[in-house]
Write a protein that binds this ligand. Sequence first.
Ligand SMILES: [Zn+2]
Length: 323
Amino acid sequence: MSAGARRGTARVAAAVAMAAAMCATVHQRLDAGTIQAAAMAPAGSAAVGPAGSAAVGPAGSAAVSPAGSAGPSPALGTTPSATPRPTQHPTQHPTQHPAPSPTASSGAGAAVAAEGTRRSVDCRQVKCVALTFDDGPGPYTDTLLRHLAAHQAHATFFVVGQNVAAYPSVLRRAATAGHEIGSHTWSHQDLTKLSAAGVRSELARADEAIKAAAGFVPALVRPPYGAFDDAVRVRIKRPLVLWSVDTLDWLHRDSARVARVAIRSARPGSVILFHDIHRTTVRAIPRVLKALSRKGYTFVTVSQLFDGRPPRLVYEGDAPHRN
Ligand SMILES: [Zn+2]
């Protein structure tokens, strides 16, 4: 990982509107064996950054409805009440580990189709960038999917379980189109503030919702607000995916600005953070795709960025680029 990857980034706390549909879908209990998490060594505490514990404020969680809230509250894209907080990054290189499959076996057609539509990309040979979209799916996600398809671009969606339950078909379309789906937990709570059981529940419920909608359990996790600590890492036995470019799109609802930041900041291997629950963000994406395409970038999923073997902690791709 390059030094640039370790610089502090502003922490994003997007508002997560809580979808009502908890009761709408009866999920099967997951067999733990279906989760194709990477075999991970015990959390090397030395390698763990203080990102979560040091920088986490209460602002984020205040914006989040309790997981169990039943009433309809479909206000996706509402104003986040959280403020950006600096994230400190670890100074040690994360350990590489065997590749998790981006799609756990479930027999679902979506997962199979997704595999089939993704091209093989060698990010050591070509300029790759990973666009990532958090907090959806939402009302603008289908439009985003059309923009991505128009540029043959693949992206990674870190989805909130409650929103998956509200927009299951949108998630299915994203997976079928070849985009990578990662977990952003069930209700977007700060995991460093939860008990072990709470963390497990946030992950398990999101897994269930994603499996019910798309047919697989995601191999990647992005912790809400980028907040994690040693305990969270131990409990989430999957790669944690952060980012190296923060567009602050939730704060600046300005498509031109969002596009400008993404275009100017992108480097080979960048993992760029967006939120597809904002209309302004989705409107910025055609410009981003056009400009970065012109600069020679290929748009890949996070797993593609690492040739299917993402490390335990991801800020950006670390493959040396030959051009
Ligand atoms: Zn989020």
